[in-house]
Design a protein. Sequence first.
Length: 156
Amino acid sequence: MAQKAATIGIAVPQPKKSCTDAHCPFHGTVRVRGREHTGTVISAKMSRSAVVQWEYRHFLPKYERYEKRLSKITVHAPDCLDVKEGDMVRIAETRPLSKTKHYAVIENLGREKGYHLKAAAMEASKTGRGKKVEAKEGAKDGDKKDQKDSSQEGAQ
Ligand SMILES: [Zn+2]
């Protein structure tokens, strides 16, 4: 494996760390070519993999307006870039690395501003309408309310 870090052909800073990851575009044998995107890491629970999501606008000719759409793909997260949930990352296309991965992270741009708010909104939209209301109530001192309710029930 090449220990010496080579430039990958895209103007991104060289990772500060080194790694022994064979699928790392900087320290492994995988080369990047093709498309590039910038997105947010919405999950980094897998080993050396991450889920990256970004938004794009799709034009609807009938209404002459744009709608928001989401792209969500699994990418390879090399050890040297320390990819965490909430990070903004640049990704570049590679050869297929596994069944679902054909992109690798090439730059970690740091934590996205307001990610926790966005994540909470995404979580709320996943659950149904009824649950959404419950979540809102829960956010407003939900614990205290529950305690009151339970004490009242106990009195009755
Ligand atoms: Zn590396």
